[in-house]
Ligand binder design. Sequence first.
Ligand code: PAF
Length: 301
Amino acid sequence: MSKPVSKHICIIGHGAIGLLWGHHFTAAGHRVTFMSRRQQLPPSKQCFTSYDGIESVNEFTFSHQLPHHCDFVLVTTKAYQVFDAISPFLAKITAPIILLHNGMGAVEALPLATYQQVMLATTTHGALINEDSLNHTGLGNTIIGNYQGLTDRELEHWQQLLGSALPTVEVHHNIQLPLLLKLAINCVINPLTAIHQCKNGELLSSEFDNQIDKLIHEVQQVISKLEPDWPHSEASLKQAILDVASATANNYSSMAQDVKYGRTTEIAYINGYLLKQADKLHIPLRETKKLIINLSEVDKY
Ligand code: PAF
């Protein structure tokens, strides 16, 4: 197969997932500029340990400015950072934008122009920043879909480009479905592991069963009303959540880590998003509210 033509990719957000894509794009022959809001920009040479344990060093441009030309913009900040990270530059972005983060609701707040092409994405790849190296800790799948302005052909083009750098990549014709499934998983695993400061796998113990069932009931009530094509029952949703907890049994969820290190959590865009939708539908969510109060994040959304 012929090598894809080299692209210039702008990545906003140089956390673990942004760097993971950056390393893979560079290895696939593309040029990567990371936009950073850090006063002191990170060093251009960045170390990477692949999933197979192969170490390499890749060279990136870190900049405070949007590059003059780029082929697409990948946004990998936390959900609550999306607005501040992208809105100052939004009017200048003519290339397609891909938003890739946990939680939902960030894109709706962006002042997008009608001509702008925007994709939403979700990934199950795992990556961890370990001292000064990025480790690819779990192989996964990325799903992309249209938010506004892209035809099916264009989506397939981006799927091909992303997938040739970091496989596997799928296109979903209703991206809300995979995003809502990820939201449902995060609504259960993230706050419970954050409150109990435990690994994802510890949620498989029977002591959490009752609370997990109550949370799934709430999640299911809301999502099945939001999305007419939602394919899950409470039982299949529980299975999907327990499958993720078991596949990532030895990991601490992103929210458990945020709480541990005193960082802002994404709860406003995960359980908070669910609660906002439930309020609009007049569905009371007692368990979800308790979790939010427990994490003392109630007034952050
Ligand atoms: O937020 C996370 O950590 C991940 O989305 C998940 C699926 C809970 C696995 O750890």
